[in-house]
Write a protein that binds this ligand. Structure first.
Ligand code: ADE
Length: 425
């Protein structure tokens, strides 16, 4: 991997010469993100974010670039970093830098560089933070607590981040209000299910080109993301096996037509494994010990702790990169296990992340939450706040209008009937 960079007073990216390709990717994404583009038109006139300084830490993709330029069009000053060492699209990062956005992000950075980039974005002393995985908020709280006093509020994109922020709020440790974008229906019911489903399978196929039909496809975790992966693998003819710790989720998987097993049993029969749990040590040494020769293992959860690669490294007698994002580990008895994208988010590291059409709704929620925080953040208490129901319905309504869908409307008599407890058989 190249170790050269392009640096300027407001950016550090892999190669600023990639800007033109990045701009074309962004044009493509814009044409598939009508909700965000409608918001851009409305709020660039209103300048709703004028005076706001937004530090963002979220995967640098073509879709994120559309969000960044929408925030900037609404008057905000922006400083951005990626939220995963392997998810930045270098072409898009270059295009944003070329357009004058402060950005510190490149594909393949190490942990030290990851935090250096976050710290660079905090030099602007933000009034708002925008997170995916909460590393920016944690950095403010743990390493730059002096900044928390002037931050009006923040947003969090993902399940894992919201979970941890709620824990922080319960302990009284969260110093400012954070809106849980993840918990909006227009986020988790679409992005988490259909976005993760399609992009994770896309990553697996780009990294392996394997035939899925007839394969045993093990999905660890049957939450929204796991459900999405199962749905798409099933659609391609795989035999889906789910592993779970939660009885209701396991039941759901069975009623969706899948087998449910504990991982100790699934490890013996799986051909492809994907973890989507948000929990560490889902696949560990004793599982690798019994896997079939040729098993493919990957993760689509936010952090890279779901597959215990240290265990696998210890067990392997050799290792080679056999394809992009595909490492072959050979064990003592000759069995080969293939790990995709170093156990990091396979959908972003080996593919392009969720399609623009679903990110349109998630990022409309991000954008409107930033506007809400700019307007009323000072009145919100420190803690985790939900997206208002009317925002969810408004975003879904704009999206629907772009999809040639007709929507019925209840008559006043029907509305009254809803609450009519005198009506019966
Ligand atoms: N998370 C998953 N897919 C994404 C995308 N395309 N852009 C930004 N964040 C994402």
């Amino acid at each position: 991997m190249s170790k050269t960079y392009s640096e300027g007073d407001h950016f550090k990216v892999r190669d600023i010469g990639l800007a033109e390709q990045g701009r074309m990717k962004m044009d493509w994404a814009e044409s598939r993100m009508p909700v965000l583009m409608a918001l851009r038109e409305e709020h660039s006139k209103k300048q709703s974010l004028k005076g706001m300084r937004i530090a963002g830490c979220l995967h640098v993709t073509k879709e994120t670039a559309v969000l960044v330029e929408t925030l900037a069009a609404a008057g905000a000053e922006i400083s951005w970093s990626g939220c995963n060492p392997l998810s930045t699209n270098d072409e898009v990062a270059a295009a944003l830098a070329q357009a004058g956005i402060s950005i510190y992000a490149w594909y393949g950075m190490n942990t030290e560089e990851f935090y250096w980039c976050i710290d660079k974005t905090l030099e602007m002393k933000p009034t708002l933070t925008l997170d995916d995985g909460a590393d920016l908020i944690f950095s403010v709280h743990n390493r730059h607590p002096e900044l928390a006093g002037t931050i009006i509020g923040g947003t969090e994109e993902t399940t894992t981040g919201v979970h941890r922020l709620r824990a922080m709020a319960r302990d009284g440790a969260l110093k400012y209000p954070v809106i849980a974008v993840n918990d909006a229906e227009t986020k988790w019911d679409f992005d988490n299910v259909f976005g993760t489903g399609q992009s994770s399978l896309d990553g697996i196929l780009r990294a392996t080109s394997v035939l899925l039909a007839g394969k045993n496809f093990v999905v660890a975790g049957y939450g929204h993301c796991g459900y999405g992966c199962a749905l798409r693998a099933d659609g391609m003819g795989a035999n889906v096996i789910a592993t779970e710790v939660k009885p209701t989720a396991a039941l759901k998987a069975i009623l969706h037509g899948h087998k449910v097993m504990c991982m100790d049993d699934a490890a013996r029969v799986g051909d492809v494994f994907i973890t989507a749990t948000g929990m560490k040590d889902i696949i560990v040494g004793r599982h690798f010990e019994v896997m079939r020769d040729g098993a493919i293992v990957c993760n689509t959860g936010h952090y890279d702790c779901e597959i215990n690669l240290e265990d696998l490294e210890e067990m392997a007698v050799s290792k080679r990169t056999i394809r992009d994002n595909c490492e072959e580990f050979t064990l003592r008895d000759g069995r080969r296990i293939y790990v995709l994208a170093q156990g990091r988010l396979v959908n972003l590291a080996a593919a392009e992340g969720h399609p623009s059409e679903v990110m349109d709704m998630s990022f409309a929620n991000q954008f409107l939450s930033m506007v809400r925080l700019a307007e009323e953040g000072k009145d919100l208490e420190a803690g985790v706040h939900d997206i208002p129901e009317d925002q969810d319905q408004r975003i879904a309504g704009i999206k629907l209008a772009t999809m040639d869908a007709g929507l019925d409307v209840l008559t006043p008599e029907q509305v009254a009937y809803l609450d009519d407890y005198a009506a019966g058989t």
